[in-house]
Ligand binder design. Structure first.
Ligand SMILES: NC(=O)c1ccc[n+]([C@@H]2O[C@H](COP(=O)([O-])OP(=O)(O)OC[C@H]3O[C@@H](n4cnc5c(N)ncnc54)[C@H](OP(=O)(O)O)[C@@H]3O)[C@@H](O)[C@H]2O)c1
Length: 305
């Protein structure tokens, strides 16, 4: 099964690590990236080939994976809805092949791509991931795949080359729905931790001391154990930048609105991350939400006193 040819689109923070693991598992790999120099340097150093367009990549691959930012960008690269018209995946020879979108995307966008690709005899799965770039690098992602289950079974070895856990979660679009719900939880947890840290600092309990104590109790979580390091080390190099959180919460809000459910904490979290972005922290890691809180509380998180 490891003989099928894979095409990877989007060598960003996540995609470059995932593509490396595909190569390490022995799949022949071709890559395409908007900034083509990134694709060339990846291919030269890791041993993949480069395609000039998504169309060319799709024509020479059996399975095509996308790992891009916004829904409209993924739709453009896959379906040619904007600038990629005539050069998109759908313009290649794709009958009988499989396209897997692993980006965090809107469920309706996944269904739209499945339908359009199905019209030309190509299969589609949505398979978003839990875990950031460092988790991706050590093949520790959890993959939430949905779509036709027979197609899922066929590409399972490929998905397993990128993730520690690969879950089949249902019909097309369900993977995106579940991913958005998990990230709603994550971003609210992150905002909650940032709030505690800033208030703690104001009350004379340093972020380091507070975090060490939290992590010795039942309320520790992924944010306090792993993401907290960004605040404690004053290290803002992004594993995920602010636009990722704002995008996710915008997509969740849209999905929630479609079904008419309340989203109270998520709405506040979206505004907090948006405000953090507009304060000049757009290129910072998402944990910079703590810097927004420190400003709002009028406290220096790194004060020695
Ligand atoms: N970072 C995380 O912790 C994390 C975790 C789980 C899931 N995700 C999801 O993974 C996806 C990728 O995130 P990332 O952090 O890897 O982002 P990233 O580092 O910003 O990479 C984004 C990729 O999208 C490409 N791209 C951006 N605009 C484009 C356009 N107009 N046309 C074509 N390609 C375009 C970029 O190409 P260039 O190189 O040319 O800019 C790059 O390859 C997102 O959907 C995100 O929500 C992220």
């Amino acid at each position: 099964m490891s003989s099928y040819k894979v095409g990877f689109i989007g060598l960003g923070r996540m995609g470059s690590r995932m593509a490396e693991n595909i190569l390490a598992a022995g799949f022949p790999l071709a890559v395409w990236n908007r900034t083509i120099e990134k694709a060339r340097s990846f291919a030269d150093s890791k041993g993949a080939s480069v395609a000039d367009t998504p169309k060319e990549l799709a024509s020479k691959s059996d399975v095509i994976i996308s790992m891009l930012t916004e829904p409209w960008i993924t739709e453009d690269v896959i379906l040619g809805t904007h600038e990629m018209k005539g050069k998109a995946v759908i313009d290649g020879f794709i009958r009988g092949k499989v396209v897997i979108d692993m980006s965090t995307n809107h469920p309706s966008s996944a269904r739209k791509m499945a339908s359009a690709l199905g019209g030309v005899g190509c299969h589609f799965l949505d398979a978003p991931v839990m875990g950031g770039p460092f988790v991706a690098a050590r093949k520790g992602l959890t993959i939430l795949a949905s779509g036709d289950e027979d197609v899922f079974e066929k590409v399972l070895p490929l998905l397993q080359s990128m993730g520690q856990k690969v879950l089949y979660v249902g019909d097309v679009g369900t993977g995106m729905t579940v991913k958005l719900l998990l990230n709603l939880h994550l971003w609210v947890m992150m905002a909650s931790y940032a709030e505690c840290v800033a208030i703690g600092a104001k009350l004379g309990v340093t972020p380091r001391k507070l975090t060490e104590i939290i992590n010795n109790t039942v309320v520790k979580n992924y944010v306090t154990e792993f993401k907290a390091g960004k605040i404690l080390e004053n290290d803002w190099k992004p594993d995920a930048d602010m636009s990722v959180a704002v995008k996710d919460l915008r997509l969740v809000a849209d999905v929630v609105q479609e079904v008419g459910a309340p989203m109270l904490l998520g709405s506040i979290a979206r505004d907090l991350f948006t405000a953090t972005m507009h304060l000049g922290f757009s290129d910072y890691d998402v944990m910079a939400i703590a810097l927004l809180y420190s400003r709002m509380a009028g406290v220096d998180l790194y004060s020695k006193t």
